[in-house]
Design a protein around this ligand. Structure first.
Ligand SMILES: [Zn+2]
Length: 309
């Protein structure tokens, strides 16, 4: 078989003899190349046409993988965070318990110190931070925890302020109470009260300006309040006498002593031994004549000796 190719440009038609084996192979090769080229082109065209969708799909697959990874990481972090939050919640609970104990202490101090009600609100309920509130006993929202911590912190601040105020009040009260005559100056029994009584010497009516406490000679006599010794020596009728000024209008006098243990100008504390009981001066037997003066006037010491500090 022969194929004659006629071309306008070429004057002589070209004759292709298909019987020629080399030519046949060449044509076959060209055909194969054409087929392959078409297939390649088609694939390229297909690629060009389909690639945005495919790329998007593969991207989505990739993103989903990433999201899954991140989800795993996140759940790990969340677990850690929950553990931390739980630990914090436990800590918060302990702090709240401590706050409650502080409240109880403050209340007790207020009672012990006999401080007026209403000055301290220690009975204010402690913060309920949500430890008890939350259903699954764990803090779902860190905000709740934060709010509780803030509340607790301010509670501690106010408690601190109240406690320091209470402390200074108690100290003042103690100083105040230390300055007030309280209790018996000597161990013994009251043998004569304050006020009108027959004079033990003349038998006539007389005014007894103090309290007589019977005690053996040498029994230690104690200061009934803090103060300064203003007199230590003999006074007509009183014998050997000690006088203590307590600086708040009160003065106490301890008379008929056998021995004086302090000097004028000496500072004495509650319970300090100032003398030994005796029977010096106008006395029928060993006893302590105890007087309390308030703002220059002698008063009945009975209420003072019956008080306890
Ligand atoms: Zn007396």
């Amino acid at each position: 078989m022969q194929i004659i190719l006629v071309s306008r440009t070429k004057k002589v038609p070209k004759t292709l003899n298909l019987a020629d084996r080399r030519l046949r192979y060449r044509l076959l090769g060209m055909a194969a190349a054409a087929v392959l080229g078409c297939a390649g082109l088609g694939a390229a065209v297909a690629m060009v046409v389909a690639s945005p969708r495919d790329r998007a799909l593969s991207e989505i697959r990739h993103l989903r993988q990433q999201v899954q990874q991140q989800n795993q990481q996140l759940s790990g972090v969340r677990k850690d965070a929950q553990r931390d939050i739980d630990a914090l919640a436990v800590k918060l609970g302990q702090l709240q318990a401590q706050s409650t104990r502080l409240n109880a202490l403050g209340e007790r101090l207020t009672q012990v110190g006999k401080l007026g009600d209403g000055e301290f609100n220690f009975d204010e309920p402690p913060a309920v931070g949500g430890v008890e509130d939350s259903a699954d006993s764990s803090y779902a929202l860190p905000q709740t925890l934060n709010a509780s911590i803030d509340q607790l912190a301010s509670q501690f601040d106010s408690q601190q302020a109240q406690l320091s105020a209470l402390q200074s009040l108690l100290l003042d009260a103690r100083i105040e109470s230390n300055l007030k005559p309280t209790g018996m100056p000597v161990e013994g029994y009251i043998s004569s009260y304050f006020g009108g009584r027959p004079d033990p010497f003349s038998g006539h009516s007389a005014y007894h300006t103090g309290l007589d406490i019977s005690a053996p000679k040498g029994t230690p006599v104690h200061a009934v309040a803090e103060g300064m010794v203003t007199y230590a020596g003999d006074r007509s009728g009183y014998g050997e006498v000690i006088e203590i000024d307590h600086g708040n209008g009160y003065m106490t006098r301890y008379a008929h002593n056998s021995k004086l243990e302090v000097r004028p100008g000496q500072r004495v504390h509650v319970g300090d031994v100032v003398s030994e009981a005796g029977s010096t001066g106008r006395s029928t037997g060993s006893h302590v004549h105890f007087e309390v003066w308030y703002k220059g006037r002698v008063v009945n010491p009975l209420a003072f000796v019956k008080n306890h500090r």
